[in-house]
Design a protein around this ligand. Structure first.
Ligand code: ZN
Length: 187
């Protein structure tokens, strides 16, 4: 069975056997916070467990690197929705060590794109359209600095409520240990 068929087949019995009942919760986060973190597979269960966060406790927004790469992109919009519509009262940005976005080389990704059939003209067209793919794909060099930067963008966003503490942390993807980068209570 291919991946999607496997998922759909499992899902049919999941619903039929009412296995969803154990996950029932509300749409508002019980612990009244929103977390922005990385999509890394190692954090899938480790992060909530390491923070004592259970189903229904928080809103979690994920992307590659826990980055707010654009102040008016979908990440920032999600955080604002969490604050203004979903009762989040604190924001946590949690980067992690050994992140794929750390030291990521755009040239390597573009080379992979070429191998998978993206024509050179596409890059040229984008460049002439003012889109620098190289810059757009760029990750970060230092996770602490990256988290601090994301926190800075969120804290100082013109649409973010000023009474919302925004914290920055880095998690160890093996042990779950959190290191504080910046506390939103001391701003
Ligand atoms: Zn990562």
């Amino acid at each position: 069975m291919r991946l999607l068929e496997d998922i759909l087949s499992f899902n049919t019995s999941f619903v039929a056997e009412k296995k969803y009942e154990q996950f029932e919760t509300g749409k508002f986060p019980i612990k009244k916070m929103v977390i922005l973190t990385c999509m890394d597979t190692r954090l899938l269960e480790l992060l909530p467990n390491a923070l004592n966060v259970k189903n229904g406790d928080v809103k979690i927004v994920k992307n590659a690197g826990a980055l707010v790469s654009h102040p008016f992109g979908s990440i920032m919009r999600s955080l604002l929705v969490a604050v203004y519509q979903l009762q989040a009262k604190e924001v946590l940005v949690i980067g992690h060590h050994d992140c794929g976005m750390s030291g990521m080389k755009p040239a390597g990704i573009m080379e992979e794109m070429r191998k998978r059939g993206i024509q050179e003209e596409v890059f040229e067209t984008l460049t002439y359209s003012g889109i620098k793919v190289n810059d757009w794909l760029h990750g970060f060099e230092n996770v602490n600095e990256s988290v601090a930067h994301s926190v800075d963008v969120i804290r100082n966003h013109p649409l973010m409520a000023k009474d919302i503490p925004v914290h920055g942390l880095v998690i160890d993807p093996k042990t779950g240990k959190l290191d504080l980068v910046t506390s939103g209570y001391e701003v």
